[in-house]
Design a protein around this ligand. Structure first.
Ligand code: TYD
Ligand code: MG
Length: 455
């Protein structure tokens, strides 16, 4: 018999290793490696030799498959992120920081789906039924046919689901669930994995849609949602900055729809409200044109969004000047600063640089490069860009500007929101959008000369 050996897992990314270390080699986090018993050692050579399995039926790819029947919640921002509605027999993970609003979102979703005719069960491992009911009252959802349970024992939950035969089950949260077949404590990597595995397998077998809530954990003994990402069909993250009301639901993986799609919500006193025109929201605080502020015409998923970037450049009292970024990649900022210095001859040595994306939004598109460079230069030169201008384009290390996708959609969104001019890279097909004066540039140096004078 093969002995089950001790192994170590990272609670942040789920990486498995044979020995303990202070820092995870896979994700670089500190103090996240914990001892862990494997769920099963898998089939050994001996077991295959003696006890043979059943022969599985093989099939081919030609059989035509109808698209899955989807249920829409009626909340357009949620349905779009799900890829057009909820798919039966699917598993969805909703991750996010504690307190960001996951329970609120899912209680609202449960109420909507149940009113659409899905038999819905909401299992809370964190709150008592009374607490969930109180929240439902606050949200005005008391007349929805959602059934509640406050339970953490997986065996009892699965037995109940088997008897009740619901169509949608929400588990809040996966870290509180525990299976009596696993020895370790609730929240450990092996418990979270086992619970997610049992729930998703049960859901697929019985045609149930299951939504798992996962808290993003910063450190310590509790496993984060990343350890179950590979087991589910759809991974959504609910993000937002504390102190901002905006919340963004972002699809990072979706077997039934496009990834990278976002839904925008606003946290109000009565729960989450949909924001169907996010551009207006991310720009709402703009007044007079001010140095360092630039509007980026971006694409989030399938939708154009205008977002304000703000930069501040000031003489640094430190020997190592600060580079602080909120909402964008700091490595990418370093690259833009290096290109500005090497290709345009504008150094930022001795200057502190701060870059902020307004409204708590996070941008990952390289198309924001040119808007970032513009904001940095505008702050450094103390010269404001005209308030009616949007900027987008990717910057190469050579200083050349590269065209980005969906130029037309970006320009149309800008036009819709009252902008009248745009700066973008040259190349691609010629195009005009009524009401927008398009200035196209081939490289960063000529762009800087034209926009900010000699630099
Ligand atoms: P919650 O859904 O409990 O977060 P999570 O499940 O992700 O931990 O949301 C908690 C926060 O949301 C809390 O700080 C209060 C706030 N909130 C509102 O602002 N309005 C509301 O209507 C509700 C229900 C919560
Ligand atoms: Mg919660």
């Amino acid at each position: 018999m093969a002995k089950s050996k001790t192994q170590f897992s990272c609670t942040a990314c789920g990486d498995v290793s044979t020995k303990w270390a202070g820092r995870c080699e896979a994700c670089g986090e500190w103090n996240t490696i914990v001892e862990d018993k494997p769920i099963s050692t898998g089939p050994s050579a001996a077991s295959l030799g003696t006890a043979r399995g059943r022969r599985i039926e093989l099939t081919d790819l030609t059989t035509e498959e109808a698209p899955p029947p989807r249920t829409v919640s009626g909340v357009a921002e949620l349905d779009r992120v799900l890829g057009g509605g909820l798919v039966p027999a699917s598993a969805t993970l909703v991750g996010g920081d504690p307190g960001i609003g996951k329970s609120t979102l899912l209680l609202q979703a449960a109420a909507r789906f149940s009113r659409m005719g899905l038999k819905t069960i909401y299992v809370s491992g964190e709150e008592a039924n009374a607490q969930v009911r109180m929240r439902a009252q606050r949200l005005g959802l008391t007349h929805s046919p959602v059934q509640l349970a406050a339970e953490t024992n997986l065996r009892d939950i699965l037995t109940t689901l088997d008897a009740e035969k619901p169509q949608l089950v929400i588990i809040d949260s996966i870290q509180t669930m525990w299976s009596d077949s696993v020895g370790s404590a609730p929240g450990s990597v092996s418990q979270v994995r086992a619970a997610a595995h049992e729930l998703t397998a049960f859901a697929k077998r019985n045609g149930i849609a299951v939504i798992l809530v996962g808290h993003v954990t910063k450190e310590g003994q509790i496993a984060g949602p990343r350890v179950v990402e590979h087991m589910v069909d759809t991974v959504l993250y609910f993000e937002g900055e504390r102190g901002h009301q905006f919340r963004i639901l972002r699809a990072v993986k979706n077997r039934f729809g496009p990834a990278d799609e976002i839904g925008v919500f606003e946290m109000t006193g009565k729960g989450l409200a949909e924001v169907s025109n996010p551009s207006a929201l991310f720009l709402s605080d703009r007044g007079q044109p001010s140095p360092g502020s630039v509007v980026f015409a971006g694409i989030e998923g399938t939708r154009p969004v205008l977002i304000e970037l703000q930069a501040l450049v000031a003489p640094s009292p430190h020997s190592q000047p600060r580079r602080t970024v909120v909402g964008w990649d700091s490595g990418r900022l370093a690259m833009i600063l290096a290109v500005l210095e090497a290709r345009v001859g504008i150094p930022f040595t001795g200057l502190d640089v701060y870059l902020n994306v307004a409204g708590g939004m996070k941008i990952s598109e390289p198309a924001a490069d040119l808007a970032v460079a513009t904001a940095l230069l505008s702050a450094r030169e103390d010269a404001a860009l005209p308030a009616d201008t949007v900027v987008f384009g990717e910057i190469a290390l050579s200083g050349a500007l590269r065209t980005v996708g969906q130029t037309e959609n970006r320009l149309k969104e800008a036009q819709k929101l009252g902008f009248s001019s745009a700066i973008a890279p040259k190349g691609g097909k010629a195009l005009t959008v009524e009401g927008i004066t398009l200035k196209r540039q081939t490289d960063l140096a000529s762009f800087v000369a034209e926009t900010f004078g000699a630099g």
